[in-house]
Design a protein around this ligand. Structure first.
Ligand code: ADP
Ligand code: MG
Length: 228
Protein backbone atom coordinates (compact mmCIF):
# COMPACT_ATOMS: atom_id res chain seq x y z
CA UNK A 1 0.00 0.00 0.00
CA UNK A 2 1.40 3.37 -0.96
CA UNK A 3 -0.87 6.35 -1.10
CA UNK A 4 1.83 8.68 -2.45
CA UNK A 5 1.65 11.03 0.48
CA UNK A 6 5.18 11.53 1.79
CA UNK A 7 5.73 10.67 5.45
CA UNK A 8 9.52 10.92 5.50
CA UNK A 9 11.39 13.40 3.31
CA UNK A 10 15.12 13.43 3.90
CA UNK A 11 17.26 15.80 1.85
CA UNK A 12 21.03 15.78 1.68
CA UNK A 13 21.59 14.54 5.20
CA UNK A 14 25.08 14.09 6.64
CA UNK A 15 25.95 12.69 10.04
CA UNK A 16 29.44 12.93 11.47
CA UNK A 17 30.69 11.38 14.68
CA UNK A 18 33.67 12.83 16.47
CA UNK A 19 35.85 10.60 18.64
CA UNK A 20 38.70 12.68 20.03
CA UNK A 21 40.28 14.31 17.00
CA UNK A 22 38.91 11.80 14.54
CA UNK A 23 35.85 12.83 12.57
CA UNK A 24 33.93 10.06 10.89
CA UNK A 25 31.23 10.60 8.26
CA UNK A 26 28.62 7.93 8.93
CA UNK A 27 26.08 9.36 6.46
CA UNK A 28 27.07 11.23 3.33
CA UNK A 29 24.44 13.33 1.56
CA UNK A 30 21.58 10.92 1.93
CA UNK A 31 18.26 11.84 0.30
CA UNK A 32 15.19 9.70 0.63
CA UNK A 33 11.41 9.90 0.44
CA UNK A 34 9.14 7.32 2.04
CA UNK A 35 5.40 7.54 1.55
CA UNK A 36 2.67 6.71 4.04
CA UNK A 37 1.85 3.03 3.99
CA UNK A 38 5.10 1.85 2.42
CA UNK A 39 6.87 -1.32 3.53
CA UNK A 40 10.63 -0.75 3.23
CA UNK A 41 13.77 -2.74 3.94
CA UNK A 42 17.07 -0.95 4.51
CA UNK A 43 19.84 -3.31 3.49
CA UNK A 44 23.55 -2.91 4.11
CA UNK A 45 26.64 -4.41 5.66
CA UNK A 46 27.67 -3.88 9.25
CA UNK A 47 29.02 -0.35 9.72
CA UNK A 48 27.34 1.04 6.59
CA UNK A 49 25.23 3.56 8.54
CA UNK A 50 21.89 1.74 8.80
CA UNK A 51 21.39 2.37 12.53
CA UNK A 52 22.55 5.97 12.20
CA UNK A 53 19.92 6.53 9.51
CA UNK A 54 17.22 4.77 11.55
CA UNK A 55 18.05 6.88 14.62
CA UNK A 56 17.61 10.04 12.58
CA UNK A 57 14.39 8.81 10.96
CA UNK A 58 13.14 7.82 14.43
CA UNK A 59 14.01 11.18 16.00
CA UNK A 60 16.48 9.56 18.38
CA UNK A 61 19.18 11.81 16.96
CA UNK A 62 19.53 14.70 14.55
CA UNK A 63 21.66 15.03 11.42
CA UNK A 64 24.82 17.15 11.35
CA UNK A 65 23.48 18.83 8.21
CA UNK A 66 20.58 18.47 5.82
CA UNK A 67 16.83 18.51 6.24
CA UNK A 68 14.27 16.05 7.50
CA UNK A 69 10.53 16.57 7.11
CA UNK A 70 8.48 14.08 9.11
CA UNK A 71 4.80 14.36 8.24
CA UNK A 72 5.55 17.81 6.77
CA UNK A 73 7.25 19.07 9.93
CA UNK A 74 10.95 19.99 9.91
CA UNK A 75 12.53 17.95 12.70
CA UNK A 76 16.25 18.14 11.89
CA UNK A 77 16.94 21.00 14.27
CA UNK A 78 14.62 20.25 17.17
CA UNK A 79 15.75 20.03 20.80
CA UNK A 80 15.89 16.72 22.65
CA UNK A 81 12.60 17.44 24.42
CA UNK A 82 10.80 18.33 21.22
CA UNK A 83 12.15 15.18 19.56
CA UNK A 84 10.99 13.02 22.48
CA UNK A 85 7.49 14.40 22.10
CA UNK A 86 7.38 13.67 18.36
CA UNK A 87 8.78 10.20 18.98
CA UNK A 88 6.02 9.41 21.45
CA UNK A 89 3.38 10.66 18.99
CA UNK A 90 4.57 9.25 15.70
CA UNK A 91 7.23 6.55 16.04
CA UNK A 92 7.22 2.96 17.22
CA UNK A 93 10.74 1.56 17.61
CA UNK A 94 11.73 -2.12 17.63
CA UNK A 95 15.35 -3.03 18.42
CA UNK A 96 17.52 -6.06 17.78
CA UNK A 97 18.00 -6.64 21.51
CA UNK A 98 14.32 -6.03 22.39
CA UNK A 99 15.18 -3.35 25.03
CA UNK A 100 12.45 -4.44 27.44
CA UNK A 101 12.62 -3.43 31.10
CA UNK A 102 13.68 -6.59 32.91
CA UNK A 103 12.01 -5.90 36.26
CA UNK A 104 8.42 -5.57 35.02
CA UNK A 105 5.88 -7.81 33.30
CA UNK A 106 5.01 -7.99 29.60
CA UNK A 107 1.81 -6.00 30.21
CA UNK A 108 3.66 -3.26 32.09
CA UNK A 109 6.37 -3.03 29.42
CA UNK A 110 3.74 -2.64 26.70
CA UNK A 111 1.71 -0.09 28.72
CA UNK A 112 4.73 2.08 29.52
CA UNK A 113 4.58 4.50 26.54
CA UNK A 114 1.04 5.43 27.61
CA UNK A 115 2.28 6.61 31.03
CA UNK A 116 3.92 9.56 29.27
CA UNK A 117 0.55 10.40 27.72
CA UNK A 118 -1.17 10.63 31.07
CA UNK A 119 -3.57 7.75 30.37
CA UNK A 120 -5.10 6.07 33.45
CA UNK A 121 -3.70 2.77 34.68
CA UNK A 122 -6.90 0.84 33.97
CA UNK A 123 -6.98 2.01 30.36
CA UNK A 124 -3.26 1.37 29.90
CA UNK A 125 -3.49 -2.21 31.11
CA UNK A 126 -6.56 -2.89 29.00
CA UNK A 127 -4.90 -1.55 25.85
CA UNK A 128 -1.71 -3.51 26.56
CA UNK A 129 -3.60 -6.78 27.08
CA UNK A 130 -5.54 -6.15 23.90
CA UNK A 131 -2.42 -5.81 21.74
CA UNK A 132 -0.60 -8.68 23.45
CA UNK A 133 -3.60 -10.90 22.73
CA UNK A 134 -3.49 -9.93 19.05
CA UNK A 135 0.18 -10.92 19.01
CA UNK A 136 -0.57 -14.32 20.49
CA UNK A 137 0.72 -13.56 23.98
CA UNK A 138 -2.52 -13.83 25.98
CA UNK A 139 -0.92 -16.52 28.15
CA UNK A 140 2.10 -14.39 28.98
CA UNK A 141 0.70 -11.11 30.34
CA UNK A 142 2.47 -11.40 33.67
CA UNK A 143 5.75 -12.90 32.53
CA UNK A 144 8.91 -10.89 32.90
CA UNK A 145 11.29 -10.71 29.91
CA UNK A 146 13.62 -13.42 31.26
CA UNK A 147 10.63 -15.78 31.46
CA UNK A 148 9.97 -15.39 27.73
CA UNK A 149 11.73 -16.74 24.61
CA UNK A 150 13.52 -14.33 22.27
CA UNK A 151 10.64 -14.47 19.80
CA UNK A 152 8.12 -13.76 22.56
CA UNK A 153 10.21 -10.87 23.87
CA UNK A 154 10.36 -9.35 20.39
CA UNK A 155 6.58 -9.67 20.09
CA UNK A 156 6.23 -7.85 23.43
CA UNK A 157 8.54 -5.15 22.04
CA UNK A 158 6.38 -4.90 18.90
CA UNK A 159 3.27 -4.57 21.09
CA UNK A 160 5.00 -1.76 23.00
CA UNK A 161 5.83 -0.05 19.70
CA UNK A 162 2.21 -0.33 18.55
CA UNK A 163 0.41 0.83 21.67
CA UNK A 164 0.66 4.53 20.84
CA UNK A 165 -0.73 3.85 17.35
CA UNK A 166 2.33 5.39 15.67
CA UNK A 167 2.48 6.56 12.05
CA UNK A 168 5.50 4.39 11.42
CA UNK A 169 7.19 1.31 12.86
CA UNK A 170 10.98 1.40 12.69
CA UNK A 171 12.74 -1.88 13.34
CA UNK A 172 16.55 -2.04 13.49
CA UNK A 173 17.61 -5.64 12.74
CA UNK A 174 14.52 -6.96 14.54
CA UNK A 175 15.35 -10.56 13.66
CA UNK A 176 19.08 -10.29 14.39
CA UNK A 177 18.88 -12.09 17.74
CA UNK A 178 16.23 -14.62 16.76
CA UNK A 179 16.23 -18.12 15.33
CA UNK A 180 14.89 -18.31 11.78
CA UNK A 181 11.42 -19.47 12.85
CA UNK A 182 10.89 -16.61 15.33
CA UNK A 183 12.41 -14.19 12.83
CA UNK A 184 9.93 -15.30 10.18
CA UNK A 185 7.12 -14.77 12.69
CA UNK A 186 8.27 -11.18 13.31
CA UNK A 187 8.34 -10.47 9.58
CA UNK A 188 4.86 -11.97 9.26
CA UNK A 189 3.61 -9.56 11.93
CA UNK A 190 5.09 -6.65 9.97
CA UNK A 191 3.40 -7.91 6.82
CA UNK A 192 0.07 -8.00 8.64
CA UNK A 193 0.58 -4.45 9.93
CA UNK A 194 1.52 -3.30 6.46
CA UNK A 195 -1.67 -4.85 5.08
CA UNK A 196 -3.56 -2.72 7.61
CA UNK A 197 -1.92 0.39 6.18
CA UNK A 198 0.92 0.96 8.64
CA UNK A 199 4.24 2.33 7.37
CA UNK A 200 7.02 -0.16 8.19
CA UNK A 201 10.76 0.29 7.81
CA UNK A 202 13.08 -2.49 8.88
CA UNK A 203 16.84 -2.88 8.73
CA UNK A 204 18.54 -6.09 7.80
CA UNK A 205 21.76 -7.39 6.31
CA UNK A 206 19.91 -10.42 4.96
CA UNK A 207 18.96 -10.03 1.29
CA UNK A 208 16.35 -12.80 1.41
CA UNK A 209 14.55 -11.02 4.24
CA UNK A 210 14.86 -7.63 2.55
CA UNK A 211 13.24 -9.03 -0.58
CA UNK A 212 10.00 -9.57 1.36
CA UNK A 213 9.54 -5.79 1.59
CA UNK A 214 7.91 -3.69 -1.12
CA UNK A 215 11.05 -1.68 -1.69
CA UNK A 216 14.72 -2.11 -0.75
CA UNK A 217 16.98 0.81 0.02
CA UNK A 218 20.59 -0.31 -0.07
CA UNK A 219 23.19 1.61 1.87
CA UNK A 220 26.96 1.29 1.53
CA UNK A 221 29.60 3.35 3.33
CA UNK A 222 27.06 5.96 4.41
CA UNK A 223 25.55 6.43 0.98
CA UNK A 224 22.42 5.12 -0.66
CA UNK A 225 23.53 2.92 -3.53
CA UNK A 226 20.42 1.35 -4.95
CA UNK A 227 16.77 2.12 -4.53
CA UNK A 228 14.98 -0.88 -6.02
N1 ADP B 1 28.25 7.16 18.55
C1 ADP B 1 29.18 6.92 17.64
N2 ADP B 1 30.42 7.46 17.74
C2 ADP B 1 31.37 7.23 16.81
N3 ADP B 1 31.18 6.46 15.72
C3 ADP B 1 29.98 5.88 15.56
C4 ADP B 1 28.92 6.07 16.52
N4 ADP B 1 27.84 5.38 16.09
C5 ADP B 1 28.20 4.78 14.94
N5 ADP B 1 29.49 5.09 14.62
C6 ADP B 1 30.21 4.62 13.42
O1 ADP B 1 29.45 4.96 12.28
C7 ADP B 1 29.46 3.90 11.33
C8 ADP B 1 28.03 3.49 11.02
O2 ADP B 1 27.47 2.88 12.19
P1 ADP B 1 25.99 2.31 12.23
O3 ADP B 1 25.06 3.36 11.76
O4 ADP B 1 25.77 1.76 13.59
O5 ADP B 1 26.09 1.16 11.13
P2 ADP B 1 25.22 -0.16 10.93
O6 ADP B 1 23.96 -0.04 11.73
O7 ADP B 1 24.98 -0.23 9.44
O8 ADP B 1 26.07 -1.31 11.38
C9 ADP B 1 30.30 2.79 11.93
O9 ADP B 1 31.59 2.89 11.38
C10 ADP B 1 30.33 3.10 13.40
O10 ADP B 1 31.52 2.68 13.99
MG1 MG C 1 23.18 -1.24 13.19
Amino acid sequence: MNNNRPLIQITDICKTYQTGKIIFKALKNVSLTINKGEYIAILGQSGSGKSTLMQIIGCLSTPTSGNYLLDDKEVSKLSRNELAKIRNQKIGFVFQSFNLLSGITAVDNVALPLVYRGISMGKRIKAAKNILTKLNLADHFNHRPNELSGGQQQRVAIARALITEPEVILADEPTGNLDSESGAEVIKIFEGLHALGKTIIFVTHDLALAKRAERIIQIHDGQIMVKF
